[in-house]
Design a protein around this ligand. Structure first.
Ligand code: PRP
Length: 183
């Protein structure tokens, strides 16, 4: 698997340090409150689990799974909920935890959908911000790293469901993507 990686964009150590810092910042910002972290399956699972351990305040966790109708590499903004939250969020301090914001269409949908459920507050924490690709403006409250417009895998992000278990954020060799029938 490691042979398939052309370049490491964000190392395991950099991720760990940044996630700790985000955890401290979020713990300070939400002091005296008890936010619910909403992990968006599946990409955010690794980030969420590390971020949760970096919090020093009480927090609960819930998950949503969504599927976006698109071309495979490009989301369309038309989103279907595959798994909804287990619990209502009305009156709660909600923090959406995402692995990556690209066009912004998915996070915009999630913000609109969750806002309609009347949370006390609603913020976004994203590990990777691919800002050059943005199609609609979205406000991101906590950002791990801004990255260039390259197809990245690892630390939860997949290519054809593989490579989520890489401990870093990396770029695959082009022939790997060709051989596995992709873009
Ligand atoms: C990724 C990511 C966001 C979305 C971002 O999910 O987790 O949900 O794409 O793209 P956008 O800003 O262009 O809308 P993906 O569809 O890869 O699902 P996964 O997390 O299950 O791998």
């Amino acid at each position: 698997m490691l042979d398939d990686v052309q370049e490491v964009l964000v190392s395991e150590q950099h991720i760990a340090r940044r996630v700790q810092a985000l955890g401290q910042q979020i713990s300070a910002d939400y002091r005296g409150r008890e936010p619910v972290l909403i992990g968006i399956l599946k990409g955010a699972v690794l980030f969420l689990s590390d971020l949760l351990r970096a919090l020093t305040i009480h927090a609960s966790v819930d998950f949503m799974a969504i599927s976006s109708y698109g071309t495979g590499t490009q989301s369309s903004g038309v989103v279907r909920i595959l798994k909804d939250l287990d619990h209502p969020i009305a009156g709660r301090d909600v923090l959406i935890v995402e692995d990556i914001v690209d066009t912004g269409l998915t996070i915009r949908y999630l913000l609109d959908n969750l806002r309609s459920r009347r949370p006390a507050s609603l913020r976004v924490c994203v590990l990777l911000d691919k800002r050059e690709r943005r199609q609609i403006p979205v406000e991101l409250d906590y950002v791990g790293f801004e990255i260039p417009d390259r197809f990245v895998v690892g630390y939860g992000l997949d290519y054809a469901e593989r490579y989520r278990n890489l401990p870093f954020i990396g770029v695959l060799r082009p022939e790997v993507i060709r051989d596995q029938g992709g873009r």
